[in-house]
Design a protein around this ligand. Structure first.
Ligand SMILES: C[S@@+](CC[C@H](N)C(=O)[O-])C[C@H]1O[C@@H](n2cnc3c(N)ncnc32)[C@H](O)[C@@H]1O
Length: 304
C-alpha cells in the first residue's frame, strides 16, 4: 500500500512535470522570438509598406497566432520558412489580412463628405459638363470593409438623382486585404455599424435583413467595384486619371519615404482641378507643390 502510494505520488509528480514541460512547449510554439519578429517586420514593410515599431511585437504575435493555431505550421519559424518559399503569395496575403487594421465606419470624418457633396462634386461636375464629358472617376483607396466607398456612392446617387444613369460614374474601391474586400462586396453590416448613416439615406439605400443586419441595396453595390491593390506597388495600373481620390487613414501605417512616394503617385493620377482627401491625422509633404491645401486633410490639384 505504502509502496503504491510512493509509486503513485512519484508518477503524479512525473506526470505533472511532463504536463508542465508539454504546456511550456505548447506555449513556446506560440511565442514570437525577437529575431522572428524582425523578419516578419521587414517582410511586411517591404511588401506592403506597413511599419511596426518594436513595441508592436505583442500585437504582431497575437495577430499571427491565428495562422499558427490553424495547425498548418508547427511554430513561427516554420511559418516564416514557408513564407520565404511560397511563390503563390497566398500565405503572404493571409499574413496581411491578419496584420492590417481595417477599422472604418460610414461617414467617418463627416466634414469630408460634406465638402465632397457641397463643393468638390459640384465643381468637378461643372467642369466635366463644360467639356461635354460624362465620365466621372472616383477612387476610394484603402477602402477596408467598404463603408467609405458605399458612403461616397450614396452621396453620388443623391447628388445626381434621376440624372445618374446619364453619367459614367461609380466608385473604384481598393484595398490590400482580401478578407476585408470579401466582406465589403457582400455589403452586409450589423445594426451597430450603420448608426452613422442619416436615417433618410439608410432607409433609401440599405435594407433590413431578417437577421437584424443591414444590406446595401444592389443599386448601390453594383456601382462600386472592389479590387485588391497594393498602394506600394511601383506601377499603378490605371489608364486615366481620377477626379476625386479618397486615400484616408492608411498613410499613418507607412514611413515617410513610403508616404511621399504614394502622394507622388496620387498626384500623377489626379486630374488638374481634382481633389485628394487624406485622413484627418495625416498630412502631405509640402514639397508637392501641385496640391494646394483646401480644408483640413483635403487638397486640390492646381488646375493647368
Ligand atoms: C484603417 S483602414 C482605413 C479605412 C478607410 N480608408 C477609412 O479611412 O476609414 C486602413 C486600410 O488600409 C489598408 N492597407 C494597408 N496597407 C495597404 C497597402 N499597402 N495597400 C493597400 N491598402 C493597404 C488596410 O488593409 C486597411 O483596410
Amino acid at each position: 500500500m505504502s509502496n503504491n502510494k510512493t509509486e503513485s505520488s512519484y508518477t503524479d509528480k512525473k506526470s505533472t512535470g511532463f504536463h508542465h514541460l508539454k504546456n511550456q512547449l505548447e506555449t513556446s510554439k506560440f511565442r514570437l522570438r525577437k529575431s522572428e519578429f524582425e523578419m516578419i517586420k521587414t517582410l511586411v514593410k517591404d511588401q506592403f509598406g506597413i511599419n511596426f515599431d518594436d513595441q508592436k511585437i505583442g500585437l504582431v504575435e497575437n495577430r499571427i497566432q491565428r495562422i499558427i493555431r490553424s495547425g498548418d505550421f508547427g511554430n513561427f519559424a516554420d511559418f516564416i520558412r514557408y513564407l520565404e518559399k511560397d511563390t503563390t503569395k497566398r500565405q503572404l496575403s493571409d499574413l496581411v489580412d491578419c496584420l492590417s487594421t481595417n477599422h472604418t465606419y460610414f461617414f467617418r470624418e463627416k466634414s469630408h463628405f460634406d465638402f465632397f457633396f457641397s463643393k468638390a462634386l459640384p465643381e468637378v461636375v461643372a467642369t466635366l459638363q463644360k467639356n461635354n464629358t460624362w465620365d466621372l472617376r472616383i477612387w476610394c483607396a484603402a477602402c477596408a470593409t467598404g463603408e467609405e466607398a458605399y458612403t461616397l456612392q450614396m452621396l453620388l446617387m443623391e447628388y445626381f438623382g434621376n440624372k445618374y444613369p446619364f453619367w459614367n460614374a461609380g466608385i473604384l474601391a481598393t484595398d490590400i486585404s482580401s478578407q476585408a474586400l470579401d466582406f465589403a462586396r457582400k455589403g452586409i453590416y450589423s445594426a451597430d455599424r450603420v448608426g452613422m448613416i442619416p436615417k433618410s439615406l439608410k432607409e433609401k439605400y440599405l435594407t433590413r435583413l431578417p437577421t437584424g443586419d443591414w444590406k446595401v441595396i444592389d443599386k448601390i453595390r453594383r456601382e462600386v467595384t472592389f479590387r485588391r491593390f497594393n498602394l506600394v506597388n511601383k506601377r499603378f495600373p490605371f489608364k486615366n486619371q481620377f477626379h476625386i481620390i479618397f486615400c484616408r487613414n492608411v498613410m499613418i501605417y507607412f514611413d515617410i519615404p513610403t508616404r511621399r512616394n504614394l502622394v507622388e503617385e496620387i498626384n500623377t493620377w489626379t486630374t488638374p482641378g481634382g481633389y485628394f482627401f487624406t485622413g484627418c491625422s495625416e498630412s502631405i509633404d509640402r514639397s508637392i507643390k501641385t496640391f494646394e491645401h483646401v480644408i483640413p486633410a483635403v487638397y486640390k490639384k492646381v488646375p493647368c
